[in-house]
Design a protein around this ligand. Structure first.
Ligand code: ADP
Ligand code: MG
Length: 406
């Protein structure tokens, strides 16, 4: 969708702002450009809408060399959001947002209706905020108007230059989440500039890590954090990159363990036999629909004891008590579960919050398996291999125990 081919920009004073950039942003992809101040991020972005012309190389938009496209026509296909939003101070929020549709020739009434829709889309109730003036808004609200205005002409491409840079961290996180939600339905092709690695990792499908005028690494957040291409990138992403990876590495089916599964309405005696046959200390319990309900221990089934602690009575072989009733009477309900694809960070924090040694993972309503600390470790190691393949699990991995059922 956007393709840079050997693009450089030299200024007359001898500054090389960007040096031989070649990369491509796919349609519907959100790429973050991240790097320290002065490394050429804004220059890169402004060359896409021809606010700056390259010294050499070319940029293609949808296969078309943009140097041959009239800049005004070009900018209609490209929404542009900057930090100092540049709203007209004497126009209301609604009129600010309606400016672009109006300029594009829509009748005033239609342009205003479209503007109201867009304000709604970015989380600003038009009936509350539409008639306000920009100086009657908070910084975060002004940025939202900026996003609404950039979307007004429904451009396929968005350029965003540190759009959330001027707001406090709490509001910024809020705006990031809203933008991600928006992007998941709009699927714009986005170049997003930031100097904040957390923001880059959070938002980007892929990240371009800039050094002075050059891209040092261009890859998925998990790979950039897990396998930095060089010492510069490693330093830039931070010494805590392993912790950051937790937020961008999803739980995958291959990370899961599959303890035996029994149903709530199974006879307890049959479930007990099943566990004995598998040599498993516990089983996952599913409800009649196959959705995860909780867990049951071999000890609870055979000792009649509804808990993980105390009691013997589970000794296999002669003298083993007969399990009574159905699994339902012996099972314990789990307090939480995870959807497939949830970040490992969420898995870890859920395990810690519920003091659990494992957590059940679902795909929709379907039970898939359980994630244990060992599985989490496997998933993190997976993220460090450039090709994303599985690595064998270490022998030191502890066994899964039902430490309270996540
Ligand atoms: P970033 O957005 O990453 O902070 P910029 O793309 O704005 O960086 O700038 C890249 C480099 O180009 C910086 O060293 C900056 O000082 C320089 N630069 C930007 N504009 C000009 C200009 N008009 N003349 C000379 N140097 C410039
Ligand atoms: Mg900049």
């Amino acid at each position: 969708m956007i393709r840079f081919e050997h693009v450089s920009k030299h200024y007359p004073d001898g500054t090389t702002a960007v040096d031989d950039l070649t990369f491509e942003v796919a349609e519907g992809e959100l790429v973050t450009l991240v790097g320290p101040s002065g490394c050429g991020k804004t220059t890169t972005m402004k060359m896409v809408n021809r606010l700056i012309e390259p010294s050499s190389g070319r940029i293609l938009l949808d296969g078309e060399d943009i140097s041959t496209v009239d800049p005004v026509q070009l900018r209609r296909r490209i929404g542009y959001v900057i930090q100092q939003v540049g709203l007209f101070p004497h126009k209301t929020v609604l009129d600010n947002t309606a400016t672009v549709p109006h300029l594009l020739g829509r009748p005033r009434g239609q342009a205003r209706a479209r503007a109201a829709e867009l304000l709604d889309l970015v989380g600003l109730d038009p009936s509350t905020y539409g008639d306000r003036y920009p100086d009657q808004l908070s910084g975060g609200q002004r940025q939202r108007v900026g996003v609404a205005r950039a979307l007004a002409a429904d451009p396929p491409v968005l350029l965003m230059d540190e759009p959330f840079g001027a707001v406090d961290p709490v509001v910024r996180e809020h705006l990031q989440n809203e933008f991600l939600r928006l992007q998941s339905t709009l699927h714009k092709t986005v170049l997003f500039v930031t100097h904040d690695i957390e923001e880059a990792v959070r938002l980007g499908d892929r990240i371009a890590v800039y050094g002075a005028g050059r891209i040092e690494q261009f890859d998925t957040p998990a790979t950039v954090l897990g396998a930095p291409a060089n010492p510069y990138t490693a330093r830039f992403v931070g010494a805590d990159r392993d912790l950051k990876r937790l937020a961008v590495t999803p739980v995958r089916p291959g990370d899961l363990e599959e303890p035996p599964v029994v149903r709530l309405d199974d006879p307890a005696a049959r479930a007990a036999d099943r566990l004995t046959a598998d040599g498993a200390p516990w089983a996952v319990v599913l409800d009649a629909e196959g959705a995860p309900y909780g867990w049951v221990t071999a000890r609870a089934l055979t000792g009649g004891e509804n808990g993980a602690e105390g009691g013997s009575g589970a000794a296999p072989g002669t003298g083993r008590p007969t399990a009574q009733g159905t699994v339902r009477e012996h099972a314990r309900q789990m307090a939480a579960w995870l959807p497939l694809g949830a970040p490992l960070k969420e898995a870890l924090s859920t395990m810690l919050r519920h003091d659990a040694g494992w957590i059940a993972v679902r795909d929709g309503d379907r039970h898939l398996g359980v994630l244990t600390p060992a599985g989490l470790h496997t998933a993190l190691r997976r993220a460090t291999t450039a090709d994303g393949s599985e690595l064998p699990r270490g022998a030191a991995a502890p066994d899964a125990v039902p430490g309270g059922g996540a």
